[in-house]
Design a protein around this ligand. Sequence first.
Ligand SMILES: Cc1ncc(COP(=O)(O)O)c(C=O)c1O
Length: 328
Amino acid sequence: MLPGPTNVPERVTRAMVTPSINHRSDDFVDLYEECVDNTKKIFETDGDAVCLSASGTGAVECSVVNLVKKDDKVIIPVNGEFSSRLAQQIEWAGGQAIKIETEPGINATFDQVKEAFDNNKDVKAFYCVWNETSTGTMINYLDRIKDLTSRNDSYYVLDGVSIVGGEELHMDKWGIDIHTPFTPALPVLYAYREAMRIMLEEGMENRIQRHRICSDALYSGLSAIGLSPFADENSRSTVVIALNYLDGLEDKIFRDTLSQKFRILVAGGFGNLKGKVFRVGCMGEVHRYHVMRCISGIASTLAMMGYDTDAQAGLKVAEEKLKPLDSL
Ligand SMILES: Cc1ncc(COP(=O)(O)O)c(C=O)c1O
């Protein structure tokens, strides 16, 4: 249950050992075209798509170095590790990052973003980490940014590394821009193609609903066993659930026990939040089984560490919240 790497379907793992092919052949054209076409379907765009064989950092950096030039103004909300890194990358590229800084766990409001646009008519781009994986927050007004970027004639760039496919994304309708070139790593493309086939087989609407239902069950179930979510209610992510540690609960002992006794992996906190929060992934291959097992494993671990907790209460509320899965 890590926020990333997320649980990898066996079909995707197997796709990576497909024998290599000539990357100048028609077979490669077919493979790459399917990757591009399905990317466009999933991102809901008629624009160009480029499938980079780089990690998320490579893709984000690619957009920065291709777009941001010396002294370009870039507006960016900052409230965690990945948005801070992105602001730094913008500055390293020579840009002027106009940071809208908020406390970790709380998103900048739309009005704050609008004010930044009002005060910077010459802004080149708006960059935004949609899902701040370090704290479990998710920006939920992406559909309203287009009015500002088109008014100020600026680019709209989204880091969706930890969320695309888990939440609603309408790239063209929401006016989101961006792209770049590459050398193909075939096993990665095979895996990517397989992952997209799985997503489209499930259907994007069902998939997004499943993430929302499972995260709701995790938030409710884990709250019922005595934990409290870190992120402010209006800023909460549906794909990364960040939880405050209970007083005296030691990060390493807790996560090691959960891993060794229950075979459940969760992630710790970043930077200032190290030892203060832990993060449960709810992205991709997360279904009823994972939610229930995760709640019961965490409750048992808490009990083993001497905390008074009511596992039954957590499982009951989660089971109730998971019922809508039956109609997907
Ligand atoms: C929001 C966000 N942006 C960028 C990255 C970097 O991606 P990668 O680790 O694939 O380089 C991550 C990784 O967790 C992330 O969560």
